[in-house]
Write a protein that binds this ligand. Structure first.
Ligand code: MBD
Ligand code: FE
Length: 323
């Protein structure tokens, strides 16, 4: 079969009907976007002569992806999260909002409501026998170099096995997730464990799609941050630990040169010991610079369904992602 029907009036009229163009109700924007996406997909079917077998296997794969709550995992793998960042970077540049620590993707594994501490937090609630102790700290400053006392820093990362609490039910609910309020000098400190990299579950729908593309589903060891303070632009970012096999080969495209940080082994770290470290630590330093903004919407993270952000979310997420 090698027919070409996309450009016929019959198909073009059909697309308009499907997208509800002849109906009064619904959303105009929704209709236009749906019409564009459907047109692109119909054309793809025509151009590549997609067979019934191929089409229905794709439907089945999407069902499996939804059942595993993995759309949020495939999304960074297909570069959408990074593409949204590229658009926000471009918008910042156009509005002359320059400087500051670069943003990078949030990813699908944030959980709202982590325990909050001032200046210092111990993050590991669960023992991690293979884990190296991490002493993580830094200073939040504005782009003129002034410290930002009281800045709110949310940090989350996985354990030495690559598992994130909440999604990995073997961990305590907020293990390795904390909110730290910066001290009078804008500084924050955390005692935790060095995270390992993350790998998309073998054989899962996301993995099947990446394999079809000849790609892997690995992320380097990384630590997620939300950083905010009044009058400054909210920052969503991550640090990527140097020396990981995947630091520059991240399936989620989140690595940025300015965000690669080298951990330093310290045998006797006085300050870490004062905060409960009982042996050598790997010290990770990450200073953060925030740009000024008067716009409320830029001072807060963008809206997005997030685990534990509201009651309805909790129940929606009852079938937690298999990530
Ligand atoms: C992660 O830990 C992550 O940060 C992203 C973006 C995707 C999968 C797992
Ligand atoms: Fe992550």
């Amino acid at each position: 079969m090698n027919v070409k029907i996309f450009d016929t009036p019959e198909v073009q009229d059909f697309l308009k009907t499907v997208a509800g163009f002849d109906q009064k109700g619904g959303s105009e924007r929704g209709k236009k976007i749906t019409h564009r996406i459907l047109s692109d997909l119909y054309r793809t079917i025509d151009d590549f002569d997609i067979t019934a077998e191929e089409y229905w296997s794709a439907v089945s794969l999407l069902n499996a992806l939804g059942q595993a709550s993995q759309f949020g995992l495939l999304s960074p793998g297909l570069g959408f999260d990074h593409y949204m960042d590229m658009r926000m970077d471009a918008a910042d540049q156009e509005a002359k909002r320059t400087g500051g620590t670069p943003r990078t993707i949030e990813g699908p594994l944030y959980v709202a409501g982590a325990p909050e501490f001032e200046s210092f937090a111990r993050m590991d609630d669960d023992p991690d026998l293979d884990g190296e102790t991490m002493w993580l700290h830094g200073q939040v400053r504005d782009t003129t170099g002034n410290p930002v006392p009281g800045a709110k820093i949310e940090i989350w990362h996985c354990n030495s096995k690559g598992g994130y609490s909440f999604f990995d039910k073997s961990q305590s609910p907020y293990n390795l997730r904390r909110t730290i309020i910066a001290d009078a000098e804008g500084r924050y400190h955390a005692l935790s464990v060095i995270p390992s990299g993350y790998g998309v579950p073998e054989g899962a729908p996301t993995d099947q799609i990446l394999k079809m593309l000849g790609r892997h589903g690995e992320r380097p060891a990384h630590i997620h941050y939300f950083v905010s303070a009044p009058g400054l632009q909210h920052l969503t970012t991550q640090i990527n630990l140097a020396g990981d096999k995947y630091t520059y080969d991240d399936f989620a495209f989140a690595t940025r040169e300015e965000l690669v940080v080298e951990g330093k082994r310290v045998e006797e770290h006085v300050e870490a010991k004062q905060h409960g470290a009982d042996g050598p630590v790997t010290e990770v330093v990450f200073d953060i610079e925030l740009s000024p903004t008067e716009k409320d919407e830029l001072q807060n993270r963008h809206k997005r369904p997030r685990a534990m952000e509201s009651e309805s979310q909790e129940s929606q997420l009852a079938g937690t992602a298999t990530v």
